[in-house]
Design a protein around this ligand. Structure first.
Ligand code: GAP
Length: 438
């Protein structure tokens, strides 16, 4: 069944709260706009997204290495990178009743979208959070929370070249928190003020940028469809026109998803040229060039950068997977998540609380733990109710231990999407689940 697109976001938000995926930050104090906390299933889903990204961007390749740089970096970094001057959004404030602030490029016309009041002139607003290091709060102690992880890769470029055997073409990958004082956070965790970026700077020969740009575009799209299982009909490329490119970019393509509020950016892939290495080389007076072993010439590598946040993938996966149907004449809510990302991949549910069943169920879960994300569900309620609960958190497989198990050493695998059941010997359970998970 397809859920009405106008209602989809509200239903997903309600489900995430009900099932402990996401909570507003400090809710008992009224929350903090643009900040969210992740509960047990949310953490499991986030970890799955992060792990799959790292596996495909780093572990399964021999040309990408990892880095963890700091969340706070000196002002000199942001001055050189251009963020102090260019990381700005145009801001307009309502002069009428509601006094709300808006991103000028999100407002059509001259009236406040909320109360219809007049808007003031647009002024530029820097999105970086500023703080101070040490006891004095003066110009010299000003530092910034990073709005992207990328600058860590550029600032450490020389350290990595000098301490590892990587040579162009190669990438440096990083996952970690980023902070942006967004004027209008919204659409749940689509646009927030604290989020986790996953970025990879891929350093190439200057003339090879077009070829690698095209490689990373298709590679990243493939990851969304084949590894995360997103609906390919709701994904597309959007090539930015020249006039809307970031200050560092020669060409940028967004991988867009068709959200209930329209097509929006899921991931950006940018050709950053040698902009960043060039400005850091100039400001730091350090040589950031690489040596071409064939020509013996030194040059500044160019950079292709795929960048996405865990939160944006998170909300995309939930919107893509949310569904409602009717099973045995009863309405059901389910998340059709790919087994790769499901917070719980296998739930083990003993049919009753009889000790002999519980003993076997605990043995089964022990054998599966470590291979799959598992949950043991012996809570009250009939088996149907427990299946429904697992459907709602997106668990693709429930294993039922029943009285026959005691005689035939077999259990039932109940599949979330079709609700079909199949009987499998306990000894064959793990390979069978692996093959079903694809
Ligand atoms: N280093 C390049 C860079 O940061 P960006 O397009 O500003 O580029 C990259 O951000 C990705 O980060 C976006 O495609 C989106 O997935 C995510 N992102 C950006 N702002 C975000 C926000 N306020 N909340 C959640 N995710 C955000």
């Amino acid at each position: 069944m397809t859920v009405d697109r106008n209602e989809l976001m509200d239903r997903v938000v309600a489900l995430t709260k009900r099932r402990g995926f996401i909570f507003p930050t400090a809710e008992i104090y009224g929350g903090l706009s643009g900040f969210y906390e992740f509960g047990p299933y949310g953490v499991a889903l986030k970890r799955a997204i992060r792990d799959l990204w790292w596996r495909h961007m780093v572990d399964l390749r021999d040309d990408v290495v990892g880095l963890e740089s700091t969340l706070i970096m000196p002002a000199a970094v942001w001055e050189a990178s251009g963020h102090l001057t260019n990381f700005v959004d145009p801001l307009r404030q309502c002069l009428g009743k509601c006094k709300k602030r808006w991103r000028a490029d999100h407002v059509l016309g001259e009236k406040c979208p909320e109360c219809g009041g007049p808007l003031d002139e647009a002024r530029m607003f820097n999105l970086m959070f500023k703080t101070y290091v040490g006891p004095l709060q003066d110009r010299a102690s000003e530092v910034y929370l990073r709005p992207e992880t990328a600058q860590g890769m550029f600032v450490d470029f020389k350290n990595i070249i000098n301490s590892t055997r990587v040579r162009v073409p190669f990438g440096i990958a990083q996952q970690g928190k980023a902070f942006r004082n967004e004027i209008t956070p919204g659409n749940f965790v689509f646009r927030v003020r604290e989020f986790e970026l996953m970025e990879m700077e891929y350093f190439v020969r200057p003339q090879a940028d077009d070829e690698w740009f095209s490689y990373w575009r298709s590679e990243r799209l493939r990851w969304y469809t084949d590894v995360l299982g997103l609906d390919k009909n709701r994904l597309r490329f959007y090539d930015h026109p020249k006039e809307s490119l970031s200050h560092y970019s020669k060409q940028t393509t967004d991988i867009e998803y068709e959200f209930p509020f329209g097509w929006g950016e899921l991931e950006g892939i940018a050709d950053r040229t040698d902009y960043d290495l060039a400005v850091h080389q100039e400001k730091s007076k350090q040589d950031l060039t690489s040596l071409d072993p064939e020509t013996n010439e030194r040059y500044l590598p160019w950079v292709i950068e795929p960048a996405v946040s865990v939160e944006r993938i998170f909300i995309t996966l939930l919107l893509d997977a949310y569904d409602e149907d009717v099973v045995n004449n009863e309405p059901r809510t389910l998340l059709r998540l790919h087994p790769n990302v499901a917070p719980v991949q296998v739930a083990v549910v003993p049919l009753s609380k009889k000790e002999e069943l519980i003993r076997v169920a605990k043995d089964v879960i022990k054998a599966l733990r470590g291979q799959f994300r598992v949950e043991y569900d012996q809570t009250g309620g009939n088996i149907g109710r427990r299946y429904r609960r697992q459907d709602e958190i997106g668990t693709p497989f429930c294993i039922t231990v029943d009285f026959d198990t005691l005689n035939d050493q077999a259990v039932t695998i109940r599949k979330r999407d079709s609700t079909e059941q199949e009987r499998v010997k306990i000894a064959d359970l793990s390979p069978r689940l692996n093959s079903l998970a694809g």
